[in-house]
Design a protein around this ligand. Sequence first.
Ligand code: 1YM
Length: 639
Amino acid sequence: MAVDRTYTEDDITILEGLDPVRMRPGMYIGSTGPTGLHHLVWEVVDNAVDEAMAGYATRIDMTLLADGGARVIDDGRGIPVGPHRQFPDRSTAEIVLTTLHAGGKFGGEGYKVSGGLHGVGVSVVNALSTRLILEIDRDGHHHVMEFKDGGVPAGDLKVTGPAPHDRTGTTVTFWPDPSVFEEVEFRAQTVTERLQVMAFLNKGLEIRFTDERPGGDKKETFKYNGGIVDYVKHLNASKESLFRKVASFEQSEKGHEVEIAMQWNTGFHESIFSFANGISTTEGGMHEEGFKKALTNVANRYARARNLLKEKDDNLLGEDIREGLTAIVSVRLQDPQFEGQTKAKLGNVPIRSLVERATNEKLAEWLEENPTEANQMVKKSIVAAQARMAARQARDLTRKKSGLEGAGLPGKLIDCSSRDPRECELFIVEGNSAGSSAKDARDPRTQAILPIRGKILNVERARIDKMLKNTEIQALIAAIGAGLADEFDVTKARYHKVIVLADADVDGSHIRTLLLTFFFRQMKPLVEGGFVYVAQPPLYSTLVGKEKVYLKDDQAKDAFMIEHPDHKHDFQRLKGLGEMDFTELKETTIDPTKRSLLQINVEQAALADDVCSVLMGDDVELRRHFIQTNAKDVRFLDI
Ligand code: 1YM
């Protein structure tokens, strides 16, 4: 067969109808749950952002409509309206909206994202919507085309009039199909969080959000001329930064770009957020690897050159240097490979050396130019290294101690007699008086009591070495008997129920929060295994005939009063744990057949961890925001 031109791989464009999307939506958007639903919005917004990144659009408007639809507007060039190269009797816009594109480049240059679930195209949105309206302002005309029932054109692309004020741009309005999705209600917070991140990652791009739904009534504008530098400042806003300046640099090479911004705070958390083509890579990947390696290298080189580390000293470890670091690593590349369990890990190997080289050069320069900040950073890392070594010693000591003292159990522990962890319960009780009533109310065969005094150290704030020197913490570690942190071995846990028993008042919730934070940070498998519980003693009691009835909270009391309109007896507000008598304590909190326990999962423990930083931060505004956004889950912490 004679050919008059040669095809390169780039020319191959396979076009397919939308049926496959409707048959297996999960393949295209991940799920038909809330995540998949929001994917529709990201897909359309991504197109608008691509147009901004290509240098044509400056503003994006996203609106959640009162009738459940979603609208995205950009002021770019507008999707091309002319005849399509391969199908000259249809417009390019129609092809974009009604066909799946696979196998090659379609349309423009720019960074079209492949792999993962991103960049599947706006046609997927069309396929999963009951109705979609496309409006294009281009060449002085306003064009409209409508689709229904999963992407079926309701007519041709028509010019309906002049483009207003000669504007150019694209508007996509769609209504997700309720027969596809478990629910079709968008969540404003999910949308705004994502839009804000996109605005941070695309310097100068203005993104507006409007919620027109009943009760929504919200408008927000995101625009950051500082880009990821502003992002770092935003992340560190609620923390005390180590210094005011944000280190930032960028480099590009062979169509790959890297942009990094970083600042340290006085805390101990490492927060590195990485992105590839604007997509969050929560599992890390090559870009993060390259960054971390170079950071360790640069900091050690600097510390040695300035004699902050002496010849005899060991090198600082990466974790020492990253303590309190907030960093954004954002890369852009032609063909990102998303790997890992949640497709959130960047796999492109060449990116590692690009990021590593950029960081090695540019961060070293920044440190040279900012010696005050560089010194502060190195000093903080050295303290972190010292704390790390002290922690190891303290841990060894804790381990040795528990090996020496009798069975290794703390003196305060009132243990149970059974040695089968599956039936054993440990109650952590605040104060000695509560401890002794709990002792009387327990079943000595399976229930152990560990009284602890006062507020244990806030593990979020305290360094691990200090924390391990705390006797309450030592008793807790020894009683559970499974070690801690990296060495924690859940199969050695002496109890399969570890129950936090604290009062329903402010101090009680404080202690509860601190303990959960400790478990989350230092004994995570215990939480993951479902071994951690919070006891929920009721707030009220009353009499029905001769029988005492306990009511969990105000809601339960209200419900009781509705059910018993003729109820004559008073309601007793139950006292703190320490003041409850033997029977009360037994019936409300200790007796497995009567008490109510709340099993703590990882999300809840993580929440406690957040609460800790918020509470300890004393930032009233942040605290209010936190309570509002987590109102549902935060109740058990009573903050
Ligand atoms: C609200 C969603 O989709 N904007 C958008 C999309 C395109 C263009 C501009 C565009 C791209 C190119 C040339 C190019 C798209 N065009 C295509 C295709 N906003 C939104 N804005 N001219 C206009 O990439 O060369 C696909 S998306 F394929 F038709 F070019």
